[in-house]
Ligand binder design. Structure first.
Ligand code: MF3
Ligand code: CO
Ligand code: CO
Length: 276
């Protein structure tokens, strides 16, 4: 027996071709992306020692409701929350719960808001109080890797160029790239073509063309790249229990480069900027 949501997901299985969006799509993504970024900005002050990830989830849900947006993860394949909260060695898809955050934790919050049918998907790292130098370094390398991937996202390059740029930076900094999760086409579907791997070989994969819209969302580990999924069926953790970090933007390929739909209205790229 399959659930309604699973049946719906099957109906909407992608066609296997990479959609090319026009100005209306870019306008829709700009609006959804900016609301998503506002939600992530709002969470900056809320993340502190003692707060629970369930409280952060409720804050995000309230923000979405107040702005006529729908959190895409709510009831997605049985997921029951508005955000994913991935703490320390959790790589991605951590489920909000009653555990209070502790000084020194690093947490990724991932949210996708649907506005007028368009999906703005983004995630950021949040330091909880004072964090260690090694956590700070991991966050810096993760944002630099995302920036390297975004810089490679332009017409004439390929999806493999994006992955190669991310991998080259992460590995030069003696960190590793998680292989098990990828960026994805986004737009009026949550997960569409193309897949964006965060590692790879330059010149391989799909040719990037103006109108393509997708996420780049590298997960970077201090230790080895391998992950396992916990018994809840969602939470991905590093096998060696070393720290992991992730950052995600939704972008669109333009004639000359790309547009980042989910950049912070406050101008924060690396969250460590917000505290300097
Ligand atoms: N937002 C995630 C992504 O970047 C997907 C989360 S699906 C969930 O693709 F069900 F785990 F929430
Ligand atoms: Co995504
Ligand atoms: Co996401």
């Amino acid at each position: 027996m399959i659930t309604y949501v699973e049946a719906e997901a099957k109906n909407r299985r992608t066609s296997g071709v990479i959609p090319l969006h026009g100005e209306a799509g870019f306008a829709g993504m700009r609006k959804a992306g900016q609301l998503t970024a506002q939600a992530l900005d709002l969470l900056v002050d809320a993340v502190k020692p003692g707060v629970t990830t369930l409280e952060l989830d409720q804050l995000a849900y309230g923000f979405a409701r107040d702005h006529n947006a729908i959190p895409a993860t709510l009831f997605y394949k049985g997921y029951r929350h508005s955000i994913c909260t991935s703490i320390n060695h959790v790589v991605c898809h951590g489920i909000p719960d009653e555990r209070p955050l502790r000084e020194g934790d690093i947490v990724n919050i991932d949210i996708t808001l649907i506005v007028d049918g368009w999906y703005g998907d983004s995630s950021r790292m949040y330091p909880v109080g004072e964090i260690s130098r090694k956590s700070e370094r991991l966050i810096e390398v993760t944002y630099e890797s995302l920036a390297a991937g975004i810089a490679a996202a332009k017409p004439g390059n390929t999806t493999g160029d994006i992955g190669a740029a991310i991998q080259a930076h992460a590995e030069a900094e003696r960190t590793s790239v998680v292989r098990d999760f990828v960026g994805h086409g986004v737009g009026q579907l949550f997960h569409d073509e193309p897949n964006i791997m965060h590692f790879g070989i330059p010149g391989t994969g799909a040719l990037l063309k103006p109108g393509m819209i997708f996420t780049i969302e590298p997960m970077i580990n201090l230790g080895r790249p391998h992950v396992k999924i916990l018994a809840d069926g969602w939470t991905a953790v590093t096998r060696d229990r070393t720290l992991s970090a992730q950052a995600e933007h939704s972008i669109g390929i333009t004639a000359t480069g790309n547009e980042i739909f989910t950049s912070s209205p406050k101008g924060w790229f690396n969250p460590l900027d917000a505290r300097r």
